[in-house]
Ligand binder design. Structure first.
Ligand code: G6P
Length: 436
């Protein structure tokens, strides 16, 4: 599974052949560009040509031809005009794309919800007649898939989240009576695409929530949806993650006949995020904490139910760009091993949100670690006597998973800055993981 690009030095002709890994061609007056996805081409091209597997691209000067690699037959070249919105990529005055993308969430949560009720009709029909719904993704998208499955279960749908790289065991159980919802920012993640290919061969229908228009995953989907958060340049995903969650929430509420109620929750969340970002004191607290954490080697993050995934995603964000060992756990796991790691001064972050019961579960775990002299950091809308440090985050209601992940995103950014890392381009990681 590879994609090759070959340059003939004598003639200047370029030949590319796609087999498994993604390939797109961009077209403009400046010439023809080849890349694995549209993102790096956005500044230089105005039209995109999507290349499928087993297709061969021939570039002679400004002429582009596509052939079937199997039959040798010349194929029609379909050019797709890039939308105005996606063309504009700059930092908008922010020092890095990451911080710009974090702040953008006050708007992108609304964009992700900007589907009409009718646009969900076909997908909902399919969900209702499916035996089981599986949601699947990799990395951050796997955690969003977890949140989406949880929303679906909340409205009575038998839904199960899978991680692309740990789904082999489930594949024999998935049939065309089921539906698979694939979650991905890029729509090009090899681990996810490989699973989708196997399922499509079994005639399983695929829905997807993807951020990049024209991606391989979108083109393989029977029910393609976009998270509409605009280009996400920073390798670590922030706004795409929260948009995927919002989309899953609107979908589940629409199944439940509560589309309008969902819109109100999202409008409030957007307003609360706006207020949160405008109030510099929250950022001051996070910057101060980042300075303290520079010297720490291990930090534990505890959450429960929707915030189990917040804990995993929060810890992943920090690992990705600070290279520090943050580990997310379910609060319930504390007594089953994690507590053995707690020493005097060990920082433990608790995500306190959701139902009263969920909050109490996390609080009682925090009390346990505090008794062992851990440094307790609480992410919550209200402070608590057990917190050594309180990181405020608004109450996001049913979308608290969005509200509570934001302090982690900001903390990871400020910590990366303290450590003099480039938050946009973390070491060893790629935005689109197109090979396994
Ligand atoms: C890589 C990135 C992660 C991302 C994952 C899935 O591992 O480093 O940040 O979450 O790919 O990417 P996707 O494009 O499928 O959302």
């Amino acid at each position: 599974r590879n994609t090759f690009v070959v340059l003939d030095h004598k003639t200047g002709m370029v030949i590319a052949i796609r087999q498994g890994s993604p390939l797109v061609a961009g077209h403009s007056k400046k010439g023809i560009f080849l890349a694995s996805d549209t993102l790096p081409l956005l500044k230089n091209v105005d039209h995109i040509v999507y290349v499928d597997d087993d297709q061969l691209v021939e570039v002679r000067g400004t002429d582009l031809s596509i052939y079937s690699a199997k039959s040798g037959k010349k194929l029609k070249v379909k050019k797709h005009k890039l939308s105005q919105k996606i063309e504009k990529i700059d930092r908008d005055g922010f020092p890095h794309f990451m911080i710009k993308e974090i702040f953008e969430q006050q708007h992108t949560v609304l964009e992700a919800a900007s589907y009409s009720e009718g646009e969900f009709t076909d997908l909902i029909k399919k969900i209702k007649k499916s035996k089981k719904v599986y949601t699947i993704g990799a990395g951050t998208a796997a955690f969003a898939a977890g949140q989406i499955a949880r929303f679906l279960r909340n409205v009575g749908i038998d839904a199960q989240e899978l991680r692309s790289y740990e789904s082999e065991n489930y594949l024999p159980l998935i049939s065309k009576k089921d539906l698979v919802i694939a979650v991905s920012q890029s729509g090009e993640t090899a681990d996810t695409l490989e699973v989708i290919e196997v399922l499509k061969n079994k005639e399983v229908e695929i829905a997807s929530i993807v951020n990049m228009i024209g991606s391989t995953l979108t083109r393989s989907s029977d029910y393609p949806f976009f998270s509409r958060s605009g280009p996400e340049i920073c390798v670590a995903s922030t706004k795409a993650y929260t948009s995927q969650i919002v989309w899953g929430y609107v979908l589940s509420k629409t199944i439940d006949g509560k589309f309008n109620e969902a819109q109100k929750v999202i409008a409030k969340l957007s307003k609360d995020l706006k207020k949160y970002f405008a109030d510099k004191k929250h950022q001051t607290v996070l910057k101060k904490l980042a300075k303290k954490l520079v010297k720490q080697d291990h930090v534990f993050v505890l959450g429960k139910n929707q915030h189990f995934y917040t804990a995993l995603e929060g810890a992943l964000k920090i690992k990705e760009i600070t290279y520090k060992h943050f580990e997310g756990f379910s609060a319930g796991e504390l007594k089953h091993g994690v507590i053995a790691l707690i020493e005097k001064g060990t920082p433990v972050i608790g995500v306190v949100g959701g139902t009263k019961q969920e909050q109490n579960d996390v609080l009682s775990s925090l009390i346990e670690v505090k008794a062992r002299k851990a440094k307790v950091i609480g992410i919550a809308d209200k402070t608590n006597e057990f917190f050594d440090i309180h990181l405020y985050s608004p109450d996001g209601g049913e979308l608290d998973a969005v509200a509570k992940v934001v302090p982690f995103q900001l903390l990871s950014y400020y910590l990366a800055i303290e450590l003099k890392n480039d938050p946009d381009k973390p070491r060893n990681l790629a935005k689109s993981v197109t090979v396994k």
